[in-house]
Design a protein around this ligand. Structure first.
Ligand code: ASP
Length: 409
């Protein structure tokens, strides 16, 4: 306890502050380097890529061990089922609501979107996968590929199977429980070490984007960015405020204040999984139990993406509008379903949501090349959507903890 307190006093605020400073410096340096984009691309961006690679490298083990450790700490399969069922339902409902908000806002703002000549666009989209194959692909066919290839839904399934087996074995598997908790701590430590590099990572990732795009592109895409950010804000203020108050019994002001370090970190790192340790710390300080956070948060960082869903709704309407296409109500309904499912399949790492946007566009017959329209400023979208993504995960952890009376020990 004492040790934890000391830890909490030492880290989060200074790190969040450093990241914020890095963010401001990146914008300034990016603007200054507008005539030296090659320099920014060749000598600054690689350090950002190193940081990103490190985050991606730790994602698999973190999700595997933190979900296993969460499951075994609940010690009861029914309890896991209850919490898991509630969590998935909450995640699905809030994500569907997010897509509706995104679509509604984009339709209000669509008159401000330009109709563009799109001759120069190019974006090679991944092949779309039929729905039943998506289901089949959730289940791993061997032990290593999910980790080596970062297929997060398969990692979750593996973690659940192993966790259940350990619970069923009872005392016999006591050593495995200790081992899993220990490895969980070790990987969290590695993540912490990577996070210390995040101010540098953030600077090196953002600076080239600003240098290359400058105020020019940002200006022409300002309306669609504004629409998405209004959506992020609305969803946080309306949906999360309401759910944490009514379902979790926590005042929204206390919730958002307590979440500030995680929010700031997510905004600058654009990675839900990277934000996991800070998110756990914040939610636990707000009263959520470790048992719940170690299960609900990694699950959320992998499958719950409300910000990504809003972005996909907004961008679908924006892209349609740029091509002069009017979306029918059926197409919009189809976007709600696909964007909700696509956000489940989106990994909690920077840029993942943009790849899934292609799938959403394809599902309603919109040109996938349209992704290129928003690709230049994806980082700016990503910062906002990741912030919303992790706030949604946190709201669920608080609600589950308080509703199921699993208080912080
Ligand atoms: N970067 C987002 C996240 O980590 C995912 C996305 O690209 O939408 O939550």
């Amino acid at each position: 306890m004492m040790q934890k307190k000391r830890k909490a006093e030492k880290k989060p605020v200074p790190l969040a502050m450093k990241i914020f400073i890095a963010l401001v410096l990146a914008v300034i340096a990016g603007l200054l380097l507008q005539n030296h984009v090659d320099f920014a691309e060749n000598y600054i961006k690689p350090f950002g890529t190193i940081f990103l690679n490190l985050v991606k490298f730790i994602v698999g083990p973190i999700v595997l061990f933190s979900i296993m450790s969460g499951v075994v700490s609940l010690r009861d399969i029914r309890k896991v089922g209850l919490i898991g069922g509630f969590t998935v339902l909450y995640y699905l409902c809030t994500t569907a609501a997010a897509t509706v908000i995104g679509l509604a806002l984009a339709n209000i703002f669509r008159r401000f979107y330009p109709v563009l000549t799109t001759g120069e666009l190019s974006y090679s989209a991944p092949d779309s996968v039929p729905p039943m194959e998506v289901l089949v692909n959730v289940f791993p066919s061997n032990f290593l590929t999910p980790i080596t290839e970062g297929v997060m839904l398969q990692v979750i399934v593996m973690a659940l199977f192993i966790g259940f087996a350990i619970i069923l074995l009872g005392e016999k598997a006591e050593k495995a429980v200790e081992g899993i908790n220990l490895w969980n701590d070790i990987f969290m430590k590695v993540m912490e070490m990577i996070l210390y590099l995040s101010p540098v990572g953030v600077f090196c990732l953002l600076c080239p984007v600003i240098a290359a795009n400058g105020p020019k592109v940002i200006g022409s895409l300002a309306m669609v960015l504004l629409t998405a950010y209004i959506g992020f804000l609305l969803h946080a203020v309306c949906i999360y405020s309401m759910t944490v108050r009514t379902l979790g019994g926590v005042s929204p002001a206390r919730f958002f204040k307590g979440m500030m370090p995680a929010i700031l970190f997510a905004f600058s790192s654009a990675s839900s999984v990277g934000t996991l340790p800070i998110n756990m710390e914040c939610t636990e300080k707000l009263g959520a139990s470790r048992e719940v956070t170690s299960f609900v948060l990694p699950l959320g960082a992998t499958i719950n993406m409300d910000g990504t869903a809003i972005y996909q709704g907004v961008c679908a309407v924006f892209i349609a509008s740029c091509y002069g296409i009017h979306l029918s109500l059926t197409q919009m309904a189809s976007i709600v379903v696909t964007a909700t499912l696509a956000s489940i399949g989106t990994a909690g790492v920077p840029g993942a949501g943009m790849v899934m946007l292609a799938m959403v566009l394809a599902s309603v017959g919109l040109p996938i090349d349209g992704v290129a329209l928003v690709a230049g400023v994806d980082r700016i979208f990503d910062m906002g959507r990741t912030t919303l993504n992790i706030t949604g995960d946190a709201s669920c952890a608080i609600i589950v903890s308080n509703r199921l009376r699993i208080k912080h020990k």
